[in-house]
Structure formats: structure tokens, C-alpha cells
Write a new protein. Structure first.
Length: 716
């Protein structure tokens, strides 16, 4: 039997080792070994898993929600104003703003014609919710505007269909050369629902296609990729059905379009990673065992701890979102955590059982045989990279810290914040109408602010509005019981700009001093409340994420030094990803700003998922260190896991970028930042930074725990 000797640089030289046929140390078998060792159990697991999954899919029926995420805290002033709308006349209706551009013709002579066209449209469609006559007012020489009321009991795709019907009918009744826009609350709600309509199906299809292509390229087999892809797809649909049912039944969270999309991405990404890790180890063990079931049992022994640790790290990190005040964050945390548990059940139950019943021929045409030599990790590219890092670890570490630190400064490039009119990448007639109104009149493209005040303090509130040089839009409106009064005022400034938000904050402060009962809502106030809540949630949730991941690392690695340094490396790569993503958002994609939510999402996914790959690597390094010592154990671990972790990183980065098919700019930005971050972690942190740390510190990385018992290699 041929024996190969390696002499790594200075203190990482390797003693003579037979790498062509390493026999596994006899250890207690994995808890999941019976699934693969006994054919009857394998089939029972497959049938049971498929039956339960199909039962959930068919019986609970996932709701492909078309609703936008709920970004207002329940206790915010904006949310309170919205809830008080029921107290005022017309609360059972939904306001729409009709904006008509008359082109080269003046609007004044057409006012009666336009009013008649809108009235006929509402009559024909049966969508008139008020008997009040339609009145068009000129807001510019060639621009008219009218406020109408639609039924308030329609929403989602039904509202989209209703508003589209109004738009189509109105176009046929306008004078030649005129262009109409249906905007206002009804228009925005309809366009929001339309943007998400079918988006999650598109996301699922594109995600599955991307995963399929990457699995085919990774496995280079016409058959092997089907097993994990079909299993992951089944787990994803079952998770989607269950979370939709749970949201509807319990009311614990809202199953909106973005939550469902991110959950699917996480299930596909995590499930694929588990498959890549297990199949890679399985291929390795097939060269050591004649019986493929024994090889699979050995693979489970080596990979289950990493898979479970990885999964629970992300699940617990996601559950920290339950401490957030913004409902969509809490929804994402609970929904995605449930989805990942479904992905874990696929990785631990269905996938091993499927591999057990299909045998080694699933790898055709490159079937690993027991007679094959075990692949020499020293011949791999990643092994050579690790050896190179081991020569000058301090220099490598310094270069990486400077590089990643420099990239992180890009976060200062874009403006932060997206207004309601800036949320969507897709075309929106409601946004176009508001933008046109702003361009022609100088009015803000955002909606107005709404002030609700006790009727006894109306005069004081009106005085504050005047003192702040704000323009009321129409007379005050009293509630049905007369106790409350609503003032609608325009807030100047670009939508979501600091100037506009400062005006809202100043208005609130003056009202608190002079009309204490007054609360301010409406679009500009909603933007301010969402921003403040997001900043608050970041201050609370991000430390919780770091604390949770740190504690998990301490339990997994039974050390303190390694968790601190590994978490620091993940934090640095996350900051770099935020910097690069922010620059791309501004200079490549020309987005109007970086969403306030993007940093929180980026930290959540990159810290949790980035640590995933480090856990895969370090657990294998500890296993190798039992024989080869800490330093050379890490070199070997990089060589052994480099290919599979790189493949997993590319898959996960790709599926996050697929979030860009959803219509929200926020999710596109999150996909870009997380995709970049995962690649930075895969190619720089895991390949260069972590090996450099282990080479510099050696057994100190495991302190105060006990270092592995392997013998340190002799110097050469």
C-alpha cells in the first residue's frame, strides 16, 4: 500500500500518514444510523416523511400571500391613527386619488368632463362607495385631481382587480390626449398587492432552477442532484403550508409575501447545504466501506453534529427577532425558524433514507468504489492554500483585516431610508401619479400627514399647524361621536428625506406641548415611526444575535477563545458585505436609498449563516486534531472541506440573490448584501482568516477547554 509523506511549513509538518485508506476510529454510531442500516426502516422513513409532507401540503394549503410586510409597530402613533380611522365617517370606504394630466391643453375647461368620466366609470364598475358628487380641482395648469371613495371591504388581489377595472374604464372615457392615474391609498394598496401577485411562485421556480443547476455542476451526475432537490422542494412546500396555517389559526404572525419568500430561500439554501455536506462525506466514506449503508452510517456520524449545530445556530438567531417591535420582523423570525426545522428534518431523515435505498449507483457515471484509493487531500487546491497560509499567518491575517475593514466604509455612501413611494422596483401607476403631482405642483410626492386630536383641542392643534408653516388639505373632519377631529396636512420635502422626517418630529413636539391629545400619522409619520422602530430593533436584536451565536459556539466548541475570534471574523466580513452592498445599491443599481431594514437582515443572516461554515470547518478540524494536532488538523480540515463548503457557499449566495425577483427594493438589497457576505465568508474568512488564527494560536484556540489529544507534528 502506497504511503505519502507531507512536510508542511515550519511547525505544521505532518508525520507519515496513510491517507489512501484511513480506517475510521470505532466510535458510537450516530443516533440516526438505523435509518440507513436497515432497509425496512429506510423505506418506512421515506413513506412516512412523504405522507406527512403531502398531508400538510394538501390539507393545509399554503396561502401565496400578496400582502406587503407590516412595518409599523403596533404601539406607534402612526398605527394608532390608522386604527382610529374607523371612528370617522367613510371608515367603511377606501380613498382613491384620481390625477389627470391634460398634456398641452389647460385643465380648467375640462373639469366638468373629467368629473363626468370618473362618475360614469364608478357607476359602470359598481365601485362607487359614496353618493357625494365627484369634484375635480385644478392643481396645475394642465393637471387635475379628484378624491373618490371605493368600497373598503376589498383587499389583496380583489382590490388589485377592482382598481385595474377603474383604470381601464376611465381610459376609455377621457378626452383624447389626457392621461389618468389612480393613486392614493387605494392605488398604492392595489399596486402593492399586484407586485406580490405570483411573485413567490416565481421566486420558488427560480430558486429551484438555480439550485438544480448548481447541484448538477457540483455533482456532475444526471441523477444525484434530483434526490436532494426533490426532497428540499417537498420540505419547503410542507413548511410553507404549515406556517401559513399557523399564522391564520393563531394570529401569532402575518404570513406576508416577503416573509414567505425569505423562508423559502432559507429552506432551499439550508437544505442544499445539508445535502452537500452529507453527500460529500458519503462519497469519501464509500471508498473506505464496501457496504454503502455502513459508509452512510459513518457519514452521519461525521456530519450530524455539524448539521444540527448549524441548524440550531440559525434557528436561535432567527428567534431573537421575536424581541423586535416591527411585526414583519417577528413574523420572519418565527416563520423562518419553523422552515429551517423542516429543512433539518429533511437533512436528518429523508435524505439519508433516500441515499440508503438508492445506493452508490446514484453517483453515476463517477461511482466511488471501495477499490478506489481515498482521494489525497494534500493534492487539493484548498489544502495548498491552507499550507500557504500556515507559512505567514500573521501577514495573511493583517491583510484580510485591512481589506475587510476598508470595504466596510462603503456603508456611508448611500442615503438611508425608503419612503412608501420608493419601496417597489416594479412599475406602479400610483407612484407615477404622486411623482407627477410633485413635479408639477412642488407638493411632496409622499402622502399627507394626518393629525387626530380631541375636538376640544382643535384650535390649539390648528395653531401649531400654522406655526409650522404646513398647508391643510381641506377642512377638519369630526368623528362620528364628535369627540375627535382629523386634520390632513401636506409635509414638504422629498419622500423619506431627513428634511421631511425632521418636520414630522418638530410637528409632534409642538403638538405635545400645545395640544397633548394630538397624534400624528399618515405616510411621512409612518416612515419616521418605521425608521425609529428599526433603529430600536437593531440596538436590541443585533446584540441578542451575537450573544446567542456566541453561547452556541461555546457549547459546540467547548472553548471561549475560539468563539470570540470566530465571531469577530464573522462580524468583520458582515461589515465588509454591508459596505460593498451599499456601494452597489447606490452606484450600480441606482436605488433611491438603502433600506433601514437592510443592516439588521444582513447581520442576522450573515452572522448566523457565516458561522455555519466556520462550524463545519472547525468541527472537522477538531476531529482531525485528535490525530494530527490543532495546527495541522486545521490544514487538513481546510483541504477536506474546502470543496463542499465552497459549493455550499455559492449555492446559498445564489439563492439569496434570487430574492431580487421579489418586487421590494429592500429584499433586493438584502439579497445582494447577504450574497456578497456569504462569498466573502466562504473565500476569505473560512479559507484564509480562520486557518491563520489557528496557525497563530494553536491549542490556545480551545482554551479554557481541553485541547485535542493529537500529537503536534515534528518541525522540519
Amino acid at each position: 500500500m502506497h504511503t505519502t509523506h507531507h512536510s508542511p511549513p515550519h511547525d505544521t509538518a505532518v508525520p507519515p500518514t496513510d491517507v489512501s485508506r484511513e480506517t475510521s476510529v470505532k466510535r458510537k454510531p450516530s443516533l440516526f444510523a438505523p435509518i440507513v442500516l436497515k432497509k425496512s426502516i429506510s423505506w418506512a422513513v421515506i413513506v412516512g416523511f412523504v405522507a406527512i409532507a403531502l398531508g400538510l401540503i394538501v390539507g393545509l394549503k399554503a396561502d401565496d400571500s400578496s400582502s406587503a410586510p407590516q412595518t409599523l409597530p403596533d404601539n406607534s402613533d402612526s398605527a394608532t391613527v390608522a386604527s382610529l380611522s374607523d371612528e370617522f365617517p367613510g371608515s367603511d370606504t377606501l380613498a382613491a386619488t384620481i390625477i389627470v394630466d391634460t398634456g398641452d391643453n389647460p385643465v380648467a375647461p375640462q373639469l366638468d368632463t373629467l368629473a363626468a368620466a370618473v362618475t360614469e366609470t364608478l357607476d359602470v364598475t359598481g365601485l362607487a362607495a359614496s353618493d357625494a358628487p365627484v369634484q375635480f380641482i385644478p392643481v396645475a395648469d394642465n393637471l387635475g385631481q379628484a378624491a373618490v371613495q371605493l368600497p373598503g371591504d376589498i383587499d389583496g388581489t380583489d382590490l388589485t382587480d377592482a382598481v385595474e377595472q377603474v383604470r381601464e374604464e376611465l381610459r376609455t372615457r377621457l378626452p383624447e390626449g389626457d392621461t389618468a392615474y389612480v393613486s392614493g391609498p387605494a392605488g398604492f394598496a392595489a399596486d402593492s398587492a399586484a407586485a406580490f401577485k405570483g411573485a413567490n411562485f416565481t421566486l420558488l421556480a427560480v430558486t429551484a432552477l438555480v439550485v438544480a443547476v448548481l447541484l448538477i455542476l457540483t455533482y456532475r451526475s444526471p441523477t444525484l442532484w434530483l434526490v436532494p432537490l426533490l426532497g428540499i422542494g417537498l420540505a419547503d412546500r410542507a413548511a410553507s403550508s404549515f406556517t401559513s396555517w399557523l399564522a391564520e389559526t393563531t394570529g401569532w404572525f402575518q404570513a406576508d409575501g416577503s416573509t414567505a419568500g425569505i423562508t423559502s430561500v432559507l429552506v432551499f439554501g439550508a437544505g442544499t447545504n445539508y445535502a452537500l455536506l452529507l453527500v460529500s462525506r458519503y462519497r469519501e466514506e464509500l471508498r473506505r466501506y464496501e457496504d454503502h449503508r455502513e459508509a452512510l452510517a459513518a457519514s452521519l456520524k461525521g456530519t450530524v453534529p455539524a448539521i444540527v449545530s448549524s441548524n440550531l445556530t440559525v434557528v436561535i438567531a432567527l428567534l431573537t427577532l421575536l424581541a423586535a417591535t416591527i411585526p414583519s420582523y417577528r413574523s420572519l423570525g418565527l416563520s423562518s425558524a419553523i422552515g429551517l426545522l423542516f429543512a433539518l428534518s429533511f437533512g436528518l431523515l429523508l435524505l439519508p433514507a433516500l441515499l440508503a435505498v438508492t445506493g452508490r449507483f446514484l453517483f453515476w457515471p463517477k461511482i466511488p468504489r471501495h477499490t478506489d484509493a481515498v482521494e489525497n487531500d494534500a493534492d487539493g487546491a484548498f489544502y495548498r492554500v491552507a499550507k500557504t497560509v500556515a507559512k505567514k499567518p500573521a501577514a495573511v491575517l493583517a491583510i484580510m483585516v485591512v481589506l475587510l475593514g476598508a470595504l466596510s466604509f462603503g456603508i456611508a455612501a448611500p442615503r438611508f431610508g425608503l419612503s412608501t413611494t420608493q419601496q417597489f422596483r416594479t412599475q406602479s401607476e400610483a407612484v407615477d401619479g404622486q411623482t407627477l403631482l410633485a413635479e408639477r405642483t412642488g407638493m411632496s410626492a409622499s402622502g399627507p400627514a394626518q393629525i387626530v386630536v380631541d375636538s376640544s383641542e382643535l384650535d390649539a392643534a390648528s395653531t401649531v399647524v400654522e406655526a409650522n408653516q404646513l398647508r391643510p388639505l381641506g377642512p377638519p373632519t369630526q368623528s362620528v361621536d364628535g369627540n375627535l377631529t382629523k386634520l390632513v396636512v401636506a409635509i414638504p420635502g422629498d419622500p423619506g428625506s431627513q428634511e421631511q422626517l425632521d418636520k414630522v418630529a418638530a410637528l409632534r413636539a409642538d403638538l405635545e406641548a400645545n395640544a397633548p391629545s394630538a397624534i400624528v400619522g399618515g405616510e411621512p409619520a409612518q416612515t419616521l415611526d418605521s425608521r425609529d422602530a428599526t433603529i430600536r430593533d437593531m440596538k436590541v436584536v443585533i446584540p441578542l444575535i451575537f450573544l446567542a451565536v456566541f453561547l452556541i459556539l461555546v457549547m459546540i466548541l467547548r472553548a471561549l477563545v475560539a468563539p470570540v475570534l470566530l465571531l469577530g471574523a464573522a462580524a468583520l466580513s458582515t461589515a465588509a458585505a454591508l459596505g460593498v452592498g451599499a456601494l452597489a445599491s447606490k452606484y450600480v443599481f441606482d436605488f433611491p436609498g438603502l433600506a433601514y431594514e437592510a443592516p439588521l437582515y444582513a447581520v442576522l443572516f450573515l452572522i448566523a449563516l457565516g458561522i455555519d461554515y466556520t462550524v463545519f470547518l472547525v468541527l472537522r478540524a477538531r476531529e482531525e486534531a485528535d490525530t494530527h494536532g490543532t495546527k495541522y488538523g486545521m490544514v487538513r480540515a481546510v483541504g477536506l472541506t474546502g470543496g463542499v463548503i465552497t459549493s455550499a457557499g455559492i449555492v446559498l449566495a445564489a439563492v439569496f440573490v434570487v430574492l431580487g425577483v421579489l418586487p421590494l427594493i429592500t429584499l433586493t438589497q438584502v439579497g445582494i448584501i447577504v450574497g456578497i457576505g456569504i462569498l466573502l465568508d466562504t473565500f476569505l474568512v473560512r479559507t484564509l482568516v480562520v486557518p491563520a488564527l489557528f496557525e497563530l494560536l494553536g491549542d490556545t484556540m480551545w482554551k479554557p477547554g481541553k485541547a485535542p489529544a493529537g500529537n503536534a507534528p515534528a518541525n522540519t
